[in-house]
Design a protein around this ligand. Structure first.
Ligand SMILES: Cc1ncc(C[n+]2csc(CCOP(=O)(O)OP(=O)(O)O)c2C)c(N)n1
Ligand SMILES: [Mg+2]
Length: 564
């Protein structure tokens, strides 16, 4: 005989779970009661949003399923932002929520919310458990859907009486999905069509997205890119998939992408997309996106095709299958000479201008930090200007080395995500880059970091503004800085101190000379290598902006650049 709570934990163990993030409460108490001795380690965060973002950090850096748990009602509603975030960014996530006892469901019972209904539009799969007997199947199926195909979030809501009751238990089960539908297989003849399109093309380009790393096919994709030798760029989630120093790599594309990448994408006549959704932050005005281009879309999720406009050729399937298939055929084909186009797209006149203007010291700080990081470090960025500066300055070839909330853009993501990342990779340096706004959305997680002694390095880019919103107000709302002023920020170093985390402040003067003064360099080295959590607050100019910028509603070619 086993209690429902024990069955849940045994099934989690059977799925390979040894770490979960959560916060207890009434309806889920039986599950907490069974944790000790279960083999599942539970990390108590200080907010359920912290738990779900930490689980996402763990999942994003490992590719394994992240697990978060919370009680009914307010516990479950606090998970919602993380669930939406995991949906947008294809993160394998399982959320377990306690529910009021089944006899009370629908009666407005204490701490009752309809978690299933509430999250229905943002989960990949979800269940309200209806009997203790079905717990093993529901967990097995939930884990299957979280990580199969395009990964995503799963919610399993379990009434508390089912966690308490006992049944005879014959062990965890495995879930077998039906065979893939025929149209989910890569079209075998697609290679001929892509090659024919390439042979007709004058200005072909390659766009790499998150799918590249999710598929695990990075080595194959890199070989293919070498074979193609075409101007290539990445979305924010594709960063690190392509080795940045390659001559055909143009960096990040989109609203704050490089001049070269955006121009090449605007001018292309054949766009090969590998695992990207073509979000409007990537395309600019969808109606004027790559106006002359035919699109070949390598994509695992048929639901993501034709979102911007119909593609000429969908190649539906896992990149781990379609990329090697394409590679093999490409070896036999002869492609036109694209060297003229490559020279134009990758040439010096398209090179990035050195950042001038008010953002320069902040960009230097990020360059100084990033260049001092050991290989395979992980940078986790929050949301705002600092996020885009960090993405622009990320020049590592580590595919899971830059982690951020991209599709949802959820402020408050970075600090708790860093917890999940550091727990998954105890030996890795984890650098959290946050804004003065975003850090205050989950600052309570400093307590979790302190309690666990995680050596996470947090940098706050303190511009005393909700900077990204202020930038838009400056450029598009006549400098009406309505409700974006954070000049009464607390002293973050003092806050960290209260959490028993050491911190220090650097101002822009420290970054004015290049290379930076020896003492500053030493200070940064010590910060990055200490075995303790630590905070660095950087005073950024309040009116520093992120450039280039494609204004909302503009075409990619209509970038704004730094003012002199
Ligand atoms: C939860 C949430 N609320 C609001 C926003 C809208 N938003 C996007 S960036 C931003 C400003 C972020 O400010 P800060 O954290 O200081 O970063 P900065 O842009 O100044 O670097 C805001 C409010 C958001 N993305 N997420
Ligand atoms: Mg700010």
């Amino acid at each position: 005989m086993r209690k429902g709570s024990q069955i849940v934990l045994e099934c989690l163990r059977a799925e390979g779970v040894d770490l979960v993030f959560g916060y207890p409460g009434g309806a889920i108490m039986p599950l907490y009661d069974a944790l000790a001795g279960s083999g599942v380690r539970h990390i108590l965060t200080r907010h359920e949003q912290g738990a779900v973002f930490a689980a996402e950090g763990y999942a994003r850096v490992t590719g394994k399923v992240g697990v978060a748990m919370a009680t009914s009602g307010p516990g479950a509603t606090n998970l919602v932002t993380g669930i939406a975030d995991a949906k947008m960014d294809s993160v394998p996530l399982v959320c377990l929520t306690g529910q009021v006892r089944s006899a009370l469901i629908g009666s407005d019972a204490f701490q009752e919310t309809d978690v299933f209904g509430l999250t229905l539009s943002m989960t990949k799969w979800s269940r309200l458990v209806k009997s203790i007997q079905e717990i093993p199947e529901v967990i097995a199926e939930g884990f299957h859907w979280a990580q199969s195909g395009r990964p995503g979030p799963v919610v399993i809501d379990i009434p508390t009486d089912m966690l308490k009751a006992s049944i005879e238990f014959s062990g965890p089960v495995t879930f077998r999905a039906h065979a893939r539908p025929a149209d989910a297989k890569a079209e075998p003849a697609f290679t001929d069509t892509v090659i024919a399109l390439l042979q007709q093309a004058k200005k072909p380009v390659v766009l790499v997205g998150a799918g590249a790393k999710l598929s695990g096919a990075i080595p194959e994709l890199r070989q293919l890119l070498d074979q193609l030798n075409l101007p290539t760029f990445a979305t924010v989630h594709g960063l690190g998939a392509v080795e940045p120093e390659l001559p055909y790599y143009l960096g990040m594309v989109g609203m704050h992408g490089t001049r070269a990448a955006n121009m090449a994408l605007h001018e292309t006549d054949l766009l090969l997309v590998f695992g990207a959704r073509l979000d409007d932050r990537v395309t600019g005005d969808p109606s004027r996106f790559a106006p002359d281009a035919k699109i070949v879309h390598f994509e695992i999720d048929p639901g993501q095709l034709d979102r911007v406009r119909p593609c000429q050729l969908p190649v539906i399937g896992d990149l781990a299958e379609t990329v090697p298939a394409f590679q093999t055929e490409l070896r036999r084909a002869s492609l036109p000479d694209f060297s003229g186009w490559r020279a134009a797209a990758c040439g010096p006149e398209r090179a990035e201008l050195d950042p001038r203007g008010l953002a320069q010291p902040t960009i230097r700080l990020l360059d100084e930090l990033f260049s001092r990081l050991p290989e395979n470090s992980v940078i986790v960025a929050d949301v705002g200007q600092h996020q885009m500066w960090a993405a622009q300055r990320y020049h590592s070839s580590s595919p899971r080395g830059f982690i951020t909330s991209g599709g949802l853009g959820a402020m408050g993501f970075a600090l708790p995500a860093a917890i999940g990342i550091q727990l998954a990779k105890p030996e890795t340096t984890v650098l959290c880059v946050s804004g003065d706004g975003g850090i205050q959305m989950n600052i309570q997680e400093l307590a979790t970091i302190r309690r666990l002694g995680l050596p996470i390095k947090t940098v706050i880019i303190d511009n005393k503004y909700l900077g990204m919103v202020r930038q838009w107000q400056q450029l598009f709302y006549k400098r009406n800085y309505a409700e974006t002023d954070l000049s009464d920020n607390p002293d973050f170093v003092e806050i960290a101190k209260a959490y028993r985390i050491p911190g220090f402040r650097l101002n822009e003067d420290a970054m004015r000379e290049y290379p930076v003064a020896r003492e500053t360099g030493d200070q940064l080295d010590r910060f990055l290598t200490s075995t303790e959590p630590e905070l660095l607050v950087f005073d950024c100019h309040p009116e520093a902006n992120v450039y280039p910028m494609v204004p909302a509603g503009a075409a990619l070619s209509e970038m704004l650049f730094e003012e002199e």
